[in-house]
Ligand binder design. Structure first.
Ligand SMILES: *Cc1c(COP(=O)(O)O)cnc(C)c1O
Length: 454
């Protein structure tokens, strides 16, 4: 009988996160203070973020111990299953040499990979004696995960949620409220940044960039609060490597080793989380696993963006970040994969991409949702709209292998389920969902403004 699902026993769970910075051929460039253009000081970072997270952000240590208390909470849902997508393979009529596996991060309480970082972030905040946190959320997954984690460690949480998602996904707000968080649609009238945007356009649907501006402004005006982020930063990707570390051990149990590892790409945390441990194996042991980031066609920062210093938010409150970006003023179309609507990629992922250590593809939303529906009909799980980009990319890889007459073992990260994001499926099934083609001129408009910053 073929193995369908691979799990690790509790006592074999990884006890350390992996920090790719230790093994990068070129280390990431520093974040710069927008005023002085000098590297940001630890003091400023500590004013915005939790101290231990700033320490991890700048760390070059290869492995970082996962605190016991965090391991305890991880064990509520970890290890997550690695599943052979044999039903999907059958539907695609793949030859036996082409195998598809998926790592199922949708089994967490919040329904995505996000709690892998939310839990340690809340843990370190509580350990520092803080009692108030602020964050933003795009699709609502990070806000949900952080709400759960904040509650577990006795922290108050305020969440700025991108307004289009707030309106499309009322149950996300209910989840956050159930875990005790306060949720505001962004742009909101609770901050200068939000009020300015609303004055220009009262119907602005918001973006992650805008929500970050609001959350950071809130922290800068409340000395007892700290800000936390669900993607982009090194420390977030570090926490997410628990995914890849488990996958490595689970793949060993199958007797296969991946030729291709795929993750959808918003800021890079679930992609880096599954891919960077395999990248370490490439760098250290000469393995040749191809790593593929799947981004949406309407927000193509890797495939069509530029590597520059740019702000992480629309208002320009954050440090300048060296990254592949479409420009911080880029306003992505209101697609359903809210978690992928971010203008930039994280610094480590950006440097690694610049150095040619992983690949990127862009995927249209109608094609990605079609892949999501096929996955739901075969493997049963309704994937998050974000994750459908990875599924599409995995199917494309399988088809290419078939055309080339090659064997291929493909692993993708199922970053979350879509049971709270059914609006996207409704639109798709009714035929109302459209692809959105982004012209070069549109990209040039916001990317060309970057030159002035450097
Ligand atoms: C947040 C999210 C993403 C995108 O963020 P990354 O940091 O790039 O992983 C993708 N999938 C799901 C389900 C998410 O919640």
């Amino acid at each position: 009988m073929k193995t369908k699902k691979i799990l690790l026993p509790d006592n074999e769970l990884p006890r350390q996160w992996y920090n790719i910075v230790a093994d990068m051929p070129n280390r990431p460039l520093p974040l710069l203070h927008p005023g002085t253009k000098q590297p940001v000081t630890k003091e400023l970072m500590n004013r915005i973020f939790v101290e231990e997270l700033v320490h991890q952000e700048m760390s070059t240590e290869r492995f970082i111990d996962i605190p016991e208390r965090v391991q305890d909470i991880y064990r509520i849902w970890r290890c997550t299953p690695l599943v052979r997508a044999s039903e999907l393979e059958k539907a695609l009529d793949l030859p036996s040499g082409i195998k598809i596996y998926f790592k199922n991060e949708s089994v967490s309480p919040a329904g995505s990979h996000k709690p892998n970082s939310a839990v340690p972030q809340a843990y370190y905040a509580a350990a520092q004696g803080l009692n108030r946190m602020t964050t933003e959320t795009g699709g609502g997954q990070w806000g949900s995960a952080m709400s759960m984690a904040a509650e577990m460690f006795g922290l108050d949480l305020r969440v700025y949620m991108v307004k289009v998602s707030y309106e499309q996904k009322p149950y996300r707000k209910s989840m956050m409220n159930t875990w005790g968080a306060d949720v505001f649609p962004s742009p909101s009238d609770t901050t200068e940044a939000g009020r300015k945007i609303l004055a220009e356009n009262p119907n602005d649907g918001g973006s992650l960039g805008t929500a970050i501006s609001e959350a950071v402004e809130m922290v800068m005006t409340h000395p007892d609060a700290r800000y936390c982020l669900g993607s982009v930063m090194n420390h977030v990707i570090l926490h997410q490597t628990i995914i890849g570390e488990e996958t490595l051990r689970q793949m060993e149990m199958t007797g296969d080793y991946p030729d291709v590892v795929i993750g959808c790409f918003g800021g890079g945390s679930n992609f880096g989380g599954i891919a960077f441990p395999f990248l370490r194996e490439n760098l250290a042991k000469g393995r040749k696993t191809r790593l593929i980031a799947a981004e949406p066609t309407c927000c193509p920062k890797l495939t069509r963006g530029k590597f520059e210093y740019d702000f992480g938010d629309v208002a320009g409150f954050t440090p300048l970040i060296p990254m592949f970006t479409l420009g911080h003023e880029f306003h992505p179309a209101d697609i359903h994969a809210g978690g992928l609507r971010y203008h930039g990629a994280g610094t480590t992922a950006s440097q690694l991409y610049k150095d040619g250590l992983f690949e990127a593809v862009d995927i249209e939303q109608v094609e990605s949702l079609a892949a999501g529906v096929l996955f739901a009909k075969t493997e049963g799980i309704i994937p998050a709209p974000e994750s459908t980009h990875a599924i599409r990319a995995a199917i494309d890889e399988a088809e290419k292998a078939r055309e080339a007459g090659e064997d291929r073992t493909i692993v993708f990260n199922l970053s979350g389920h879509g049971v709270i994001d059914l609006y996207a499926y409704e639109q798709y099934l009714s035929g109302a969902l459209k692809n959105y083609t982004l012209s070069d001129a549109e990209i040039a408009k916001t990317v060309s403004r970057l030159e002035k910053l450097a």
